[in-house]
Design a protein around this ligand. Sequence first.
Ligand SMILES: NC(=O)C1=CN([C@@H]2O[C@H](COP(=O)(O)OP(=O)(O)OC[C@H]3O[C@@H](n4cnc5c(N)ncnc54)[C@H](OP(=O)(O)O)[C@@H]3O)[C@@H](O)[C@H]2O)[C@@H](O)CC1
Ligand SMILES: Nc1ncnc2c1ncn2[C@@H]1O[C@H](COP(=O)(O)OP(=O)(O)O)[C@@H](O)[C@H]1O
Ligand SMILES: [K+]
Length: 484
Amino acid sequence: MLGVWTTEQVRAAEDRLLARTPDGALMRKAAFGVATVAAAMLRDLTGGTAGRRVTLLVGAGNNGGDALWAGATLARRAVAVTAVLLSPDRAHVEGLAAFRKAGGRVAADLGDPDLVIDGIVGLSARGPLRPAAAALVERVEVPILAVDLPSGVDPDTGAVDGPAVRADVTVTFGARKPVHVLNTAHCGEVRLVDLGLAPELPDPDLITLEADDVGFAWRVPGPSDDKYTQGVTGIAAGSSTYPGAAVLSTGAAVLATSGMVRYAGWAADHVRDRWPEVVATGTVEDAGRVQAWVVGPGLGTGQTGRDVLTAVFSDGVPTCVDADGITLLAATPALWDARDPDAPVVLTPHAGEFARIAEPLGITLGADRVAAARALAKRLDAVVLLKGNATVVAAPDGRTLVNAATSSWLATAGSGDVLTGLIGALLASGLDPWLAAGCAAWLHVRSAELAAHDAPVPASLIQQAIPAAIRAARNLVADGPVKP
Ligand SMILES: NC(=O)C1=CN([C@@H]2O[C@H](COP(=O)(O)OP(=O)(O)OC[C@H]3O[C@@H](n4cnc5c(N)ncnc54)[C@H](OP(=O)(O)O)[C@@H]3O)[C@@H](O)[C@H]2O)[C@@H](O)CC1
Ligand SMILES: Nc1ncnc2c1ncn2[C@@H]1O[C@H](COP(=O)(O)OP(=O)(O)O)[C@@H](O)[C@H]1O
Ligand SMILES: [K+]
């Protein structure tokens, strides 16, 4: 697991570190990291550094100071560095002096650079780029290295509300901030420069899962296991209109667990045809014991759906509610009455479903997706997995993880049904519901990556890549550090 800290947490930690560090030392360390990455980018782009051209966009604060110090280091390595000062009378004084002394040039315009370094604004950023900065950024046609974060993007929410830098690489310092996991599209590749901040940091605000976390969490059958002891997953999904959702969701569970999967619903014949290993029945009541239910994909929003949801809740086991299940709960909150308060619920809304269920409760999905997911999780005493390019998973106790997509190929019809099957299988294996949702989101992205190979990919092929993705996660367990 890797931590992510809010700007407030980072600032407080930096203040403590600054108090016992010589003046300017942290900025010089940060800037050296920027210069090192910039030199590597120049080599990749042009085959060398000497004589190559870099333009710095320099704002009014320490972010601009970082850029100027980095520019000074590059200039000493014979790079032709130009600085455009957005607030000339407020540019970082020591940084500008060092930059000029190293041979850096101040100019009014971008010039014709090989690389641009964005030092417009960092942790103090509020709102989109202002017009002068926006006009410059708009004209950039070469790769951009962002200092700390891409300017114009909100550091704590990753939200973009107007002109903003879209970086190829972001070099950040001391700790990752929310923007780095919530808006990977604007950050590009994120590199972290160690400032020695770790001892000053509190518990992280958010976490992200690594491959070995997922591999470690995946249940592996032992010699005394049988098909029941590994957890039986139940899927209550599909209807005459949407039989495919049942097939996709059930299949994902089949591929994610070596135990047993039961299906209950209208699409029993379709499911049996595609997945003969599934025990399929017409109703939840006839399905037999399961350790977790998935309910909702393609279920329909009529009386049958309401009856199915009630039957599932009455079973008193961990339950993942998706799609039509969420819409039903939004329209008829009394359906919650059938829920056993001790049985965990995972809700998996996309933005529209989130609005449907959250707005009547006074919770809106604004720019701060983490805050919204946390509020709904607390209010409903359920894990909330909010879908999107960055998937946010919030537990009722406030634990929150973010899983960033590596592409947008997952945005395809039926891919959410695959995700629910994965969550169901992990819930049935006995995993903590928040971790189950997070591991499923991680594996979902990895499956899409393996299946897509930079081309469109249907949900059924994402599903087929599940075993390869599990292997990828588990191999790292074998090679990586042993966890307690
Ligand atoms: N502390 C440390 O230990 C270390 C800190 N480090 C570095 O310091 C950075 C934080 O620096 P910082 O706090 O000086 O402010 P910073 O982000 O440069 O903003 C400057 C000014 O920009 C303006 N502005 C605001 N929004 C804007 C917008 N949308 N578009 C345009 N302009 C906008 C606003 O000024 P205003 O014009 O509103 O008066 C604001 O005050 C941090 O990100 C890291 O890079 C590293 O060196 C490592 C050690
Ligand atoms: N732009 C995007 N980039 C990456 N993943 C995305 C993007 N948009 C949606 N997704 C993911 O794709 C899946 C879509 O699920 P959902 O909206 O329920 O679709 P469906 O109902 O068709 O199965 C979710 O896992 C979501 O996180
Ligand atoms: K920046």
